[in-house]
Design a protein. Structure first.
Length: 488
C-alpha cells in the first residue's frame, strides 16, 4: 500500500462523535452549497416579480412563483444526471467536486449578467451543478456506514444539520445585500459561499479515504457517441419547444411537473427490469414506490416556503423587529432555526432507540401528516388583515414544518442508500431526489391557486390532502416494511 493510500485509509478510519470522520467534510461542503443555493433561491422570486424600479424584472407574480417552483424541480431532477455521471463516468467523489465548480459558475452568471439572459444561464448552471453535488454527497455519506449500522440515521440527521446551517445563514446575508445594495450582490454572495465550500472540500478530501472513488458501471468507449447524441437531441427538443411556444415562462412549472413524473416512471421501470438488480434488491425498489409518492406530497407543501409563503411573507407578514424592518426573504431562515435546534436531539434519539425506533414507513407517514397539520395552522391566521401577520406566529408554525421534515427527509436520504441496488447506488439516490423534484415543481403549480382573499380554502384543502395521504401510508407501513427485506 502506498503512503498516500495508507494515510487516506487511516483518516477514513477515524471517528468524530462516534461517526466516520468523512462526515465532517461532507457536512461542510453541503453547508456551503446550501448557503449559496437557498441564499439565491429566497431572493429569486422577488427578483423576478419586483418592478424595474425595485431592481427586479417585472414579471407577473404567478409566473415568477411558477418559475421558482419549476427551477427547484429541475435542480432535483438534474440529480438523475449527476447520479449517472457518478456511476458511469467520474465516481461519486469527483462528481461532488466538479458539481460545486458548476454551481459557483452559475451564481457568478446571476451576479454579473443582467436581465433574463443572466437568469437563464445562471439557473441552468446552478441546477446542473447542484444536481451533481447534492445526490452524490448524500450517497457518498451512505458509503461510510456498513449496511445495518444503527448509527446511519443519526449520521444523516447530523448531515442534515449542516444543510440547515447553510439554509439559515444564506438568506440572512443575501436578504440584507438585496435590501441595501441590490439583487446582484446577493447572487455574488452565493458564489462566494460555494467557493468557500469547494476550498474546504479540497483541504479535507483525504478524510473520505477511498470511498466514492470507484466507478461502479464504467461507460464503454463505444457508448460515448450515442450518449452525446441523446444530450444534443434533448437540448434541441427544449429549444424547439421554446421556439414554437409549447414551453413558456407561464406554463414552465406545469410542463416540468409532467416531465418529472414521466422521468420517475421510466426510472422505476429501468431499475425493476435491470438484470443487474437481484430479487431482494427488486423487492426493496418496490418498497420505495409508496415512500417516493409520500415524499413528493410532503415537498409539494414544504417547498411553498419559496413560492406561496415567499409572497405571503412579502405581502401579509409584519417583519418589524424593535423598530427595524427585516427583509421578507428571511422567512427562508425561520424554519432552519428549528432544524438546527432539533437535529442533534433527533440524531441522539434515533441512535439511542436503534432498532426500537418507528419503522421508516411510519416515520414517513408521521412526516406527511405533520406537514398537513402545519398547513392547516395557516387557516387560523386568515383573520389578520393586510400586512399584519406577526413573524413570530409564522415562526412557530414553521416549527411544525421542521419536526415533519426531520421525521421524513434525513430518514429518506438514509433509507435510500440502504434500499439501493449495488449497481445503481448513486442513481437510486437520484431517484429519491426525483421525488423531491416532483414535489418542488408541484409547489410552483399550486402557487398559481393561492389568493390572499381565499386563504382558508387554499391552506385548508392542501393541508387535509396531505393528512389523508399520510394516513394511507401509515396503514400501508407493515406491507412496505416486508418488501424492504431486512432494512428497518
Amino acid at each position: 500500500m502506498t503512503g498516500v493510500a495508507h494515510s487516506a485509509q487511516r483518516s477514513a478510519g477515524r471517528r468524530v462523535f462516534g461517526h466516520p470522520v468523512g462526515l465532517v467534510n461532507l457536512f461542510g461542503v453541503e453547508l456551503w452549497e446550501r448557503f449559496s443555493f437557498y441564499g439565491m433561491l429566497t431572493i429569486l422570486g422577488y427578483y423576478l416579480y419586483y418592478s424595474a424600479g425595485e431592481g427586479g424584472l417585472g414579471l407577473e407574480q404567478s409566473t415568477a412563483t411558477g418559475i421558482v417552483g419549476a427551477y427547484g424541480g429541475l435542480v432535483y431532477l438534474s440529480t438523475v444526471l449527476g447520479g449517472w455521471v457518478a456511476d458511469r463516468v467520474l465516481g461519486m467523489e469527483r462528481t461532488v467536486f466538479y458539481g460545486g465548480v458548476v454551481v459557483m459558475a452559475g451564481h457568478i452568471a446571476l451576479a454579473v449578467i443582467p436581465g433574463l439572459p443572466g437568469v437563464g444561464v445562471g439557473l441552468v448552471l446552478v441546477a446542473l451543478g447542484s444536481g451533481a453535488l447534492k445526490a452524490n454527497a448524500s450517497a457518498l455519506l451512505g458509503t461510510l456506514y456498513d449496511t445495518g449500522d444503527a448509527r446511519v440515521d443519526g449520521g444523516f440527521t447530523l448531515f442534515y444539520l449542516g444543510i440547515n446551517l447553510g439554509s439559515f445563514v444564506g438568506p440572512l446575508i443575501t436578504g440584507l445585500l438585496q435590501d441595501h445594495v441590490g439583487f446582484h450582490y446577493g447572487f455574488g454572495a452565493a458564489a462566494v459561499g460555494m467557493a468557500l465550500g469547494l476550498a474546504q472540500y479540497m483541504v479535507f478530501r483525504r478524510n473520505l479515504g477511498t470511498h466514492g472513488r470507484e466507478i461502479p458501471n464504467p461507460l464503454p468507449r463505444n457508448e460515448i457517441g450515442p450518449v452525446v447524441g441523446v444530450v444534443v437531441a434533448a437540448v434541441a427538443l427544449v429549444v424547439l419547444a421554446v421556439a414554437i411556444r409549447l414551453l413558456t415562462l407561464g406554463n414552465l412549472s406545469d410542463v416540468t411537473t409532467v416531465v418529472i413524473a414521466l422521468a420517475a416512471i421510466v426510472y422505476f421501470a429501468v431499475l425493476l427490469n435491470s438484470r443487474k438488480v437481484t430479487r431482494i434488491e427488486r423487492s426493496r425498489v418496490r418498497a420505495f414506490i409508496p415512500l417516493f409518492l409520500a415524499n413528493a406530497v410532503f415537498w409539494s407543501l414544504f417547498q411553498q416556503i419559496f413560492t406561496v409563503l415567499a409572497v405571503y411573507s412579502d405581502e401579509r407578514m409584519n417583519w418589524s423587529l424593535f423598530g427595524w424592518t427585516a427583509p421578507s426573504n428571511w422567512i427562508g431562515s425561520e424554519e432552519p432555526v428549528w432544524i438546527i435546534v432539533l437535529s442533534p436531539l433527533f440524531a441522539a434519539m434515533w441512535t439511542k432507540l436503534g432498532n426500537r425506533a418507528p419503522t421508516t414507513p411510519h416515520k414517513f407517514a408521521f412526516g406527511v401528516i405533520g406537514m398537513g397539520v402545519s398547513f392547516l395552522l395557516f387557516v387560523l391566521l386568515a383573520g389578520f388583515e393586510g400586512k399584519t401577520v406577526p413573524a413570530l406566529l409564522v415562526f412557530l408554525i414553521l416549527g411544525g414544518f421542521a419536526v415533519s421534515e426531520l421525521l421524513l427527509s434525513p430518514i429518506g436520504l438514509s433509507v435510500t442508500t440502504q434500499l439501493a441496488p449495488a449497481a445503481y447506488r448513486a442513481q437510486m439516490m437520484s431517484l429519491y431526489f426525483v421525488s423531491v423534484a416532483l414535489g418542488t415543481a408541484m409547489s410552483g403549480v399550486l402557487s398559481k391557486y393561492y389568493d390572499p382573499d381565499h386563504e382558508i380554502a387554499y391552506f385548508g384543502i392542501t393541508g387535509l390532502v396531505a393528512i389523508a395521504v399520510g394516513t394511507v401510508v401509515y396503514f400501508l407501513a407493515p406491507r412496505v416494511s416486508r418488501l424492504m427485506e431486512g432494512v428497518h
